[in-house]
Design a binder for this molecule. Structure first.
Ligand SMILES: [Zn+2]
Length: 598
């Protein structure tokens, strides 16, 4: 048994999230966490909405609300979407809690004390007509990297690169169009070069990482520069340095506060659990948590933050960069065990884009289709190790041919035949070689599927689980229990159905991390009672330190199925099953494409 931290990328709260977002890290991290819990590990799965920074402020300005109001709106939308997908967070919180502010400031303070935060003079924008500082979001210009004409002073939304306002070509104020003047201003920088050696040593010891992630991360070390961790902006965590704390125009940079969320959310979870020190079992590099494992799930555009910058923050906090130092009051902290990044999902051959309406939001998807249909598609055909295209035709095909005609059909026909002929799970007689062979295939699945999920090869894992399903369907066709109706054949019919139902039960357990909603239903169709696949719940909680209340996702995942074959009990009553999956009419393909065309 290990302590396993599942640290899931934080969705940004400037709008609703689309299925591309949840396919990269949301569903894969839940599959992994559910499997690890079933295998007996003590999992802590945390995340939350990332709510600071310029894009939230820009969207709030456009909507005529405050940044906080905008963040409140989309925090709730995202919490409800992730709940609808059945993502089993121990805590899904947000970056606007007072607990988060305190943890961010603690890390900043300790890094500064250890000498890893340096002050630098940079150029900031000022309005020549008013003499006031112009926050980054009010400056627009042409991106020096990709040539996009509406890049902002902190980031280009076209190519995704972070920018400084003075790098923009033809900079202009979004307030009145005038050309800003650039004046010297001070900011704090994280001294990343002081960690190059320590991070290099750490990367050298990594095993099992996807080779592209490791190579990309090593290459970054050759050219590390100090990186700004404060910004000209009013919306964010205040800078915990005398003379800066009170300033309204400077805040901690959103990326720096967001990566610390993994730690602050773990601390918040512990404080809510009644044991405020419990987070140490996953984080402390000294005692309680030194053998813990930490898996970070994200899209590939975020690798640098998790394989270099977050490790640098953790090393600096622990006093383990070139400049040494003392650990902060939280003690020495664990670095990631593994950075699990996904590739991109596109939609009908195009990049997802809310502004160009190449998009389907999670909420709209879940209104029209079942969560497990999407979870199945993501696991079987998602962007695990290649950029992958979502097409409605492929979604419908996989749903109908694989989920409904493969797995759903196996569940339905084996249970209905047993219910009709026996009214219960029949007692098996003597087993034939074919019976034994099928049972062995299902039992072997626990090793193969489990190992593949543990190595973040979920596509292969669900393929193996579905292979068990295909073998069971073939077995039923070969044995044809519907023909074994005479009094003489009846015992053999019972044996065949008992074997088939046992394999349905095993395959259902193998599929539970992927398809938790339908797994609960299949479990109940087989006469099971109680929780098979635990689900998250939304809870409105008070801020622990006196801030406004907010909704979180949380749950009790200590109950539910274990990762093993559980023998069915002969005589358990069975009723005629209702279909677990819905077949989709092919007309939905055209309807959805018409929606996309707008
Ligand atoms: Zn650009």
């Amino acid at each position: 048994m290990s302590h396993v931290l599942a640290a899931v990328a934080w969705p940004y709260a400037n709008g609703p999230r689309h299925i591309g977002h949840v396919s990269g890290f949301g569903v894969p991290s839940d599959v992994f966490s559910r499997y690890m819990r079933m295998a007996g590990h003590d999992v802590l799965m945390v995340s939350g909405t990332d709510e600071h920074g310029t894009p939230v402020q820009v969207q709030a300005d456009a909507d005529g609300v405050t940044a906080r109001e905008l963040a409140d709106r989309y925090n709730r939308v995202i919490v409800e979407d992730l709940h609808g997908l059945g993502l089993s967070y121990d805590l899904f919180t947000r970056t606007t809690t007072r607990n988060h502010y305190a943890v961010v400031q603690e890390l900043f303070t300790a890094l500064e004390r250890n000498g890893y935060i340096v002050k630098r003079v940079t150029l900031g924008a000022r309005s020549p007509s008013t003499g006031r500082t112009l926050p980054d979001r009010y400056i627009e210009g042409t991106c020096p990297i990709c040539g996009y004409e509406s890049a902002r002073g902190d980031q280009c939304d076209n190519c995704g690169n972070q920018l400084d306002p003075e790098q923009l070509i033809n900079p202009r104020s979004k307030i009145n169009g005038e050309t800003p003047e650039f004046v010297e201003t001070e900011h704090f920088f994280l001294d990343l070069p002081a960690f190059a050696e320590a991070i290099g040593n750490w990367l050298d010891q990594r095993e099992n990482w996807r080779p592209n992630v490791l190579k990309f991360s090593r290459n970054l070390l050759d050219d590390l520069q100090p990186r700004a961790i404060t910004r000209d902006l009013e919306w964010g965590v205040p800078i915990p340095i005398d003379g800066w704390r009170e300033r309204n125009d400077k805040r901690i940079y959103v990326w720096f506060d967001a990566v610390i969320g993994y730690l602050s959310a773990s601390i918040e979870w512990a404080r809510r659990s009644g044991d405020p020190e419990a987070w140490r079992r996953w984080w402390s590099a000294d005692a309680q948590g030194k053998d813990a494992l930490g898996y970070y799930f994200m899209g590939k555009d975020n690798i640098v933050f998790h394989s270099v910058i977050w490790p640098a923050v953790l090393l600096g906090y622990s006093g383990e960069g070139d400049k040494g130092g003392e650990p902060g009051e939280l003690g020495r902290l664990n670095l990631p065990t593994e950075v699990v990044s996904s590739e991109y999902l596109t939609m009908e051959g195009k990049k997802f884009s809310s502004s160009r309406r190449v998009v389907i939001y999670v909420r709209d998807f879940l209104e029209r289709y079942d969560a497990d249909a999407l979870r199945y598609f993501i696991a079987a055909a998602g962007p695990e190790s290649n950029d992958t295209d979502f097409t409605w035709a492929e979604f419908v095909r996989r749903n109908n041919d694989e989920l409904v005609a493969g797995w759903g059909n196996l569940v339905n026909r084996s249970i209905s035949m047993a219910a009709k002929n026996f009214g219960a799970i029949p007692s098996p007689g003597e087993l034939t070689a074919e019976d034994e062979a099928l049972l062995a295939v299902a039992r072997a699945g626990f090793t193969t599927v489990g190992e593949l999920i543990g190595k973040h090869r979920q596509k292969a894992a669900i393929g193996e689980a579905m292979r068990v399903v295909a073998e069971a369907n073939k077995y039923l066709s070969d044995q044809a229990p519907w023909k074994l109706k005479s009094d003489e054949d009846k015992p053999r019919q019972g044996t065949v159905l008992a074997v088939a139902l046992q394999v349905v039960s095993d395959a259902n357990t193998l599929l539970t991390p992927f398809l938790p909603h339908s797994a609960q239903k299949v479990f109940e169709l087989l006469g099971g009672t109680g929780v098979h696949a635990p689900m998250p719940r939304i809870e409105q909680v008070d801020d622990l330190d006196g801030g406004p209340s907010y909704p979180v996702l949380t749950g009790d995942y200590t109950t539910g199925a274990r990762w093993k074959s559980v023998p069915l009990v002969a005589g358990t009553p069975l009723a005629a099953p209702k279909p677990v999956f819905r077949k989709l009419d092919s007309s939905v393909i055209e309807e959805e494409l018409a929606r996309l065309a707008g």
